[in-house]
Ligand binder design. Structure first.
Ligand code: CA
Length: 233
């Protein structure tokens, strides 16, 4: 089964813990936070496959945060399932349905939650990206979240995966840090340009294990380039 990453945003400890258990048992990788601010912080570093978002959160509500996300192009297609408590106005929720992919009313059965989640993931991964990107002997499977080099499975974090996805779909072009931030992380306010360098370093270290650190090249004074052919610069 593909290794999907679910970001859970829920301020009630008991429900959050329950969601972690249920989703992990269903085979998902789970990241859980209690506020929209923490969730935003998480997004600065990684892109999940789906967000399970509580409606009522302290400070910024789930609905408000989802609205903000939808304004950024990188998050427009990111699946969001909204969690609501019984008693919250159903009409309002339906009215908001354009911004989220589905919603569930608490309490819900774990089985139903997993089924709805899978349905949303299936729908989203179909038209989001083409499933495979190939560059030389590298194959990046966006549906299965898998990167292989010459049939060897390469273990990368979600951010490094996104970075590779961007590089592999834009080979032989040079990008500066700002461009990479915009394309891979989205226009987030908290992130610094040196974060790009940190992730490039990590990515190179991983590629080095396969003797392929030369795939991501530094272009002095400008930025980075991905290429399966060697360049002199
Ligand atoms: Ca809540």
């Amino acid at each position: 089964m593909p290794n999907f990453i679910i970001l859970v945003v829920e301020d009630e400890d008991a429900i959050r813990e329950m969601l972690i258990v249920v989703l992990e048992q269903a085979g998902f990788t789970v990241q859980a936070v209690a506020t929209a601010e923490e969730a935003q912080h998480f997004l600065n570093d990684a892109l999940p496959d789906l967000i399970l978002l509580d409606w009522m959160l302290p400070n910024v509500s789930g609905v408000e945060w989802a609205r903000r996300l939808r304004k950024e192009s990188i998050y427009q297609e990111l699946p969001i399932i909204l969690l609501t408590a019984r008693g919250e106005e159903e009409d309002k929720i339906r009215g908001f349905s354009s911004g989220v992919d589905d919603y569930m009313t608490k309490p819900f059965s774990p089985r139903e939650l997993v089924a709805r989640l899978r349905a949303v993931l299936r729908r989203s991964s179909k038209h989001q990206w083409s499933p495979q990107v190939i560059a030389g002997d590298l194959v990046l499977d966006t549906e299965q979240h898998r990167l292989t080099i010459g049939e060897q499975n390469v273990v990368v974090s979600p951010t490094e995966f996104r970075l590779m996805q961007f590089f592999m779909t834009h080979p032989d072009k040079v990008f500066n840090r700002t461009q990479l931030l915009d394309q891979v992380w989205g226009r987030s306010v908290y992130i610094e340009e040196r974060t790009v360098d940190v992730h490039i370093r990590r990515l190179r270290k991983i590629l080095e294990t396969y003797g392929r650190e030369d795939l991501v090249q530094t272009v002095r004074g400008f930025g980075y380039r991905f290429s399966v052919t060697k360049h002199l610069s």
